[in-house]
Design a protein around this ligand. Structure first.
Ligand SMILES: CC1=C(/C=C/C(C)=C/C=C/C(C)=C/C=O)C(C)(C)CCC1
Ligand SMILES: [Fe+2]
Length: 359
């Protein structure tokens, strides 16, 4: 069997594609502005919200944009490559999820601290690669044409959510790490204190600061301070300030739903002819319905994985932070194969290695 949903619709024209991309640009900018605005406003107005309230955006991501953003992984590669969606292609992605997910679940059970550290590095890479796509394809930056510069941009954009809270909110960082690792090994949580030792934080902070300065500096020299550079620099400063000031559980929840997931969903929409035509009209509602149709079955699958992991962990979660921790473990397990799919998508779309057409 082979179903090509792209073939069913008429192929969009170059003008429609350009219009769809413009709509995607506006939507991603609006969502990013909302993330920063909401985070700063909530923090300024309320000081610090009760912890269970801070968990709400993260927990809402089960249905709201978060899990769904990865639930079209089985469709994106054939669509991006203009190939039919065959049973073979679907089975390949299914097998990838099964094998990578099972191996990673075993690592969580056997070595939870290593599994958590891998999760932080994986998220840094993945959220960074998502933003490199947005910078190149949506913003249209003119200074990321080499692998080295793209790597710097990836480290800046992925480092902001993973590194800045470690420096600004070490206690909460260690608390979240402790609730996650504690689901597997209650005794080990104290060992995570080393994570927040001042020297470690200063070293990591200094390295991240150097990367930000290098990335923005090289971009400035290459672009001569172009509009797209100013946009990139503005987003970077905004993100660093956001993760330095907004309590991290709230900040990560808002960022995951409305920054990373929105951008990736737009990316998946731009490889599907049906949603491209809808966006170009612009019938954003229709594009969203089409995406929701595609993402529903495997969002349900993702929820089943969450339930499976709840049954697997030695400690039954009882509090909101423990439920949040459990959800993070499920996200970690789903993220490993998701990163493989997105990295293949990066290759297909000429983002990695940078193709000359993106210069
Ligand atoms: C919640 C939280 C943390 C970790 C969040 C992570 C690692 C989320 C990853 C989500 C992914 C990978 C989603 C899929 O794209 C930190 C940084 C420890 C700081 C304290 C709050
Ligand atoms: Fe993702």
């Amino acid at each position: 069997m082979s179903t090509n949903t792209n073939a069913a619709a008429q192929s969009p024209t170059a003008r429609e594609r350009a219009r769809a991309r413009n709509v995607a640009r506006v939507v991603s900018l609006a969502a990013a502005t909302m993330v920063l605005g909401l985070g700063f406003a909530l923090t300024a107005l309320t000081g610090s919200l009760p912890l269970w309230v801070q968990y709400l955006p993260l927990l809402a991501s089960v249905l709201l944009l978060g899990l769904p953003h990865g639930a079209v992984d089985h469709l994106v590669l054939p669509r991006a490559r203009n190939e039919p969606i065959t049973v073979r292609a679907l089975a390949g992605v299914g097998a990838l999820y099964l094998v990578a997910g099972t191996i990673y679940a075993a690592i969580w059970l056997l070595a939870p601290v290593a599994a958590f550290s891998l999760f932080i590095l994986l998220t840094l890479f993945h959220w960074g690669q998502g933003d490199v796509y947005a910078l190149v394809e949506l913003v249209g930056v003119d200074y990321l044409e080499t692998p080295a510069r793209r790597t710097l941009a990836l480290l800046v954009r992925g480092g902001a959510p993973m590194v800045v809270p470690l420096i600004a909110f070490p206690g909460q960082y260690a608390f979240v790490a402790g609730t996650v690792v504690g689901l597997f090994d209650p005794g080990v949580a104290a060992g995570l204190e080393s994570l927040i030792r001042t020297q470690v934080r200063l070293l990591v902070g200094a390295a991240f600061g150097a990367v930000v300065v290098a990335a923005l500096g090289v971009g400035y020299l290459r672009s001569g301070g172009s509009r797209s550079w100013m946009f990139d620099a503005g987003e970077t400063v905004g993100l660093v300030a956001f993760f330095a000031l907004v309590p991290p559980v709230l900040a990560i929840g808002l960022y995951f739903c409305f920054w990373h997931s929105v951008r990736h969903i737009l990316r998946t929409m731009l490889v599907d002819d049906g949603t491209v035509s809808a966006l170009a009209e612009p019938a954003v509602g229709r594009a969203c319905l089409r995406f929701a149709r595609d993402a529903t079955p495997l969002t349900v699958g993702g929820i089943v994985v969450c339930v499976g992991i709840a049954l697997l962990v030695p400690q039954t979660p009882a509090t909101v932070p423990e439920i949040g921790g459990l959800y993070l473990v499920a996200l970690a397990i789903l993220t490993l194969p998701h990163v493989v799919v997105v990295s293949l998508l990066d290759r297909s779309q000429g983002l990695w290695p940078p193709s000359p057409s993106h210069d």
